[in-house]
Design a protein around this ligand. Structure first.
Ligand SMILES: Nc1nc2c(ncn2[C@@H]2O[C@H](COP(=O)(O)OP(=O)(O)OP(=O)(O)O)[C@@H](O)[C@H]2O)c(=O)[nH]1
Length: 310
């Protein structure tokens, strides 16, 4: 091919490079930028004319220092860059995803050609990434919805069963204690009958908020029935769970629950059943049966108390 054709081809290629939506950069064997298109220049955070001729390391350091172009999530630039260089030296080809401070996402392919030149191609995947992020968020929202009790905002029975199976598995494997408290509001029907169902709803929500404030982050309160609740307490011996049950009972008994705009309040009491996982238990039903037995004993003995059933 003649030099004239070569030059023509080169000019055409440069024009095509600026027409593609992807980032393209050509580096020499020392990673000095020989040529790039405008999109690669924007990824590097400076105009093409200023970027060409500079070393990859200097370009990336500037992007890092000024938070322009490629996002470099590192506490120390030099340590991060050492790793980049190590990869570039050890393999002829690698691929990774990156994003920019301007909100663009790229799937980057880096390759070393047989003549020693290094080519970096970044396929713009911003739209795809946005769809992916929306989908991930939607899945999280659906899961949240499926696991949450609409009225009180706490976890529902479905989540309780799922969590219990996991925690029982852990308790078995690591021989950790696991306790369960089941709670039933006393004479709740009377609350509904005297004040109306909407006040009953207010009381349920109020109870959940107060009860949650008594718990550690690792303890989980769930609504397992109408006015029945369960708390799963990993790493907790049953006598300690009994103390927690008593603390909740006293806290709720002391509450003056506001139920209308005029400042009127009402009070409730709780009956609680406490038990723990023991060898031979197969699933959460075994604990729930014992917890319910304890709860009924508490009801039979006059309510407003907790009973432990081993
Ligand atoms: N307001 C309201 N009430 C509910 C909800 N779910 C269940 N209930 C009511 O809770 C009451 C439970 O009553 P019972 O099981 O008879 O027991 P209780 O009156 O609490 O009496 P003891 O449990 O024996 O102390 C019923 O009246 C249900 O209608 C709810 O989401 N909102």
């Amino acid at each position: 091919m003649s030099l004239e054709v070569d030059n023509l081809l080169l000019e055409s290629l440069k024009e095509v490079m600026d027409l593609t939506p992807n980032a393209l950069g050509f580096f020499d064997r020392d990673y000095r930028l020989l040529y790039c298109n405008d999109i690669m220049a924007s990824v590097l955070g400076k105009p093409k004319e200023q970027a060409i001729g500079q070393l990859q390391k200097d370009l990336l350091r500037e992007a890092y220092n000024h938070s322009i172009g490629i996002k470099i999530d590192a506490d120390n630039f030099d340590t991060w860059f050492d790793e980049v260089e190590k990869t570039q030296r050890s393999v002829e080809y690698n691929q990774f995803e990156t994003d920019t401070n301007e909100g663009q996402y790229y799937n980057v392919t880096r390759m070393t050609l047989s003549n020693g030149m290094n080519v970096i191609v970044g396929a713009n995947i911003t739209e795809l990434k946005k769809i992916q992020l929306t989908l991930t968020q939607a899945i999280t929202d659906i899961e949240q919805l499926a696991n949450t009790d609409e009225l009180t905002g706490i976890y529902n029975r479905r989540y309780f069963i799922e969590l219990s199976e996991k925690e029982i598995g852990r308790a078995k494997r690591y021989a950790h204690p696991l306790s369960l408290i089941v709670i039933d509001i006393d004479f709740f029907k009377a609350v509904n009958d005297s004040y109306g169902h909407h006040v009953g709803d207010t009381v349920l929500s109020y109870f959940c908020k107060q009860c949650n404030e008594q718990l550690r982050d690792s303890d989980t309160l769930c609504r397992v029935g109408g006015e029945e609740f369960a708390i799963l307490l990993p790493h907790t011996q049953v006598n300690h769970a009994g103390d927690i049950a008593e603390r909740i009972r006293l806290c709720i008994k002391a509450c003056e629950i506001p139920y209308d705009d005029s400042g009127s309040t009402l009070s409730i009491t709780l009956s609680l059943g406490v038990t723990q996982y023991k060898e031979g238990d197969i699933n959460i039903s075994d604990l729930l049966i014992r917890g319910d037995k304890a709860l009924y004993q508490a009801k039979d003995s006059g309510r407003d108390q907790y009973v432990v059933q081993l």
